[in-house]
Design a protein around this ligand. Structure first.
Ligand SMILES: *Cc1c(COP(=O)(O)O)cnc(C)c1O
Length: 359
């Protein structure tokens, strides 16, 4: 960024309560909820820690469905509260409703991740949350990687707490995050003596300082730049339409899968369990010499995270990269890296056709 553009970030007017109200109004249809929303002045990982610390405590029994690294972190935060936590490690294979129902026996809370950016896999939340509603457990969903890429219907699906961030499919900033919190979840948190109060990890502070007020004053010192950037991102999502943004991510997934196949490689996540936020691709064996050189953390073409680096690479087609031209650019670079630039045209054609056929 140029020094001049960076300077535009300085001397901004204070964040106005009306901007926070507008943020809430734009978040509601994105999460499809009419319930209360909590804003967090930190990235989603902090809010996830705040949620784990708030909903659980000694006496709670929590089923933590682990589909990737974020689920493991969440289990650690839950355990720290003194709750009894069962980590159900299901990896990227998905979880059947029958297994979920069995694992929920004796539990009062279930934590699930809708989609994982690390594995490129998702869960069938509609079915699983149907089971959770029948059993009556409180549900917490990490929707950070799903929001904007895959539909989420907080109210209809009966999700008690859904955490989101701006930095993935919403094409916004990473520095602030938000959660939808149901009435039932508020009762759980209020009655939990272990729930943080007067703390960075407190949800109750936001309830007292904002939700239950006349909205004339924003509590604390808000992150002006990040909050304003999230507002701008949500306005852009609203202008395009949440459904259209989600469709663009489905199209990017379909186009990427088609191109990957046309280049002789295979998607890593199973059919039907592929997240719309990014596509993971099984590393060819042997690894083509040119491939590692085109993979960069955080870029469209990125290596696998941690232990997954030896198994897969990622095509991060989210946010502004959920775009046909962006995907086709990635296809060209991949064809070059694989040493088959002549196959690029066929892969581009497959990608374009899949994009157009995806509704
Ligand atoms: C990306 C992501 C987050 C947020 O991680 P950051 O480090 O804040 O980007 C949380 N949960 C899941 C499942 C994610 O994919």
């Amino acid at each position: 960024m140029s020094a001049l553009a960076a300077e535009a970030l300085l001397d901004q007017p204070d964040l106005q309560p009306a901007e926070v109200v507008e943020l809430e109004q734009l978040l509601a249809p994105t999460l499809r909820t009419s319930g209360s929303l909590v804003l967090c002045q930190a990235e989603a990982v902090t809010l996830l820690e705040a949620v784990a610390s708030s909903v659980a405590g000694p006496g709670n029994r929590v089923l933590n469905v682990v589909t990737g690294p974020y689920g493991s972190l969440f289990g650690g935060w839950l355990r720290r509260t003194g709750a009894e936590v069962l980590d159900l490690v299901v990896g990227h294979q998905g979880l059947s409703e029958t297994s979920f129902r069995e694992a929920l026996l004796g539990m009062d809370t279930a934590a699930l991740t809708q989609a994982e950016a690390a594995t490129g896999a998702n869960l069938d939340l509609v079915g699983l949350l149907g089971v959770a509603r029948e059993v009556g457990v409180l549900t917490v969903v990490d929707a950070v990687a799903a929001i904007g890429a895959e539909p989420i219907a907080v109210d209809d699906w009966g999700i008690d707490v859904a955490v989101i961030g701006g930095q993935k499919a919403l094409a916004g900033p990473a520095g602030v995050s938000a959660a939808a919190v149901s009435e039932r979840a508020w009762r759980r948190i209020e009655n939990n003596p272990a729930a943080p109060r007067s703390s960075t990890l407190s949800l109750l502070d936001w309830a007292d300082g904002w939700l239950r007020t006349d909205h004339s004053r924003i509590p604390g010192t808000p992150s002006v730049l990040e909050t304003r950037a999230l507002l701008a991102a949500l306005r852009r999502v609203q202008a395009e339409g949440v459904d259209a943004v989600e469709r663009r991510h489905r199209q990017a997934r379909a186009a990427t899968v088609a191109a990957v196949r046309a280049l002789g490689m295979h998607p890593w996540a199973a059919q039907g369990r592929r997240a719309a936020v990014c596509t993971t691709v099984a590393l060819p064996d042997p690894v083509p010499v040119g491939l590692p050189g085109v993979l960069q953390p955080g870029a469209l073409l990125a290596p696998g995270d941690g232990p997954l680096a030896g198994e897969l690479f990622r095509v991060n087609h989210f946010g502004r990269a959920a775009d046909l031209d962006a995907v086709l650019g990635g296809v060209d670079r991949l064809a070059g890296a694989l040493g088959v630039p002549a196959n690029s045209d066929a892969a581009r054609q497959a990608a374009t056709q899949a994009w157009e056929e995806t509704g």
